[in-house]
Design a protein. Structure first.
Length: 59
């Protein structure tokens, strides 16, 4: 799905490398599936502010 857009929202799906290169340190990063939150934090070395937005994050 990388390089394509999500239906309805129009959010572009980026590769991890593309996203890390494009975002400044401290940028807000919205994680759509909290099952991947810790993996994403490790991959990005804690450079961003992370927000889990799926229903699992609120249970």
């Amino acid at each position: 799905k990388q390089g394509r857009y999500l239906p309805l929202s129009g959010v572009r799906v980026s590769s991890p490398q593309e996203a890390m290169a494009a975002l400044p340190d401290g940028a807000n990063l919205f994680v759509m599936n909290s099952n991947y939150l810790e993996e994403i934090r490790r991959m990005t070395a804690g450079r961003f502010t992370y927000h889990a937005v799926d229903s699992a994050a609120f249970q």
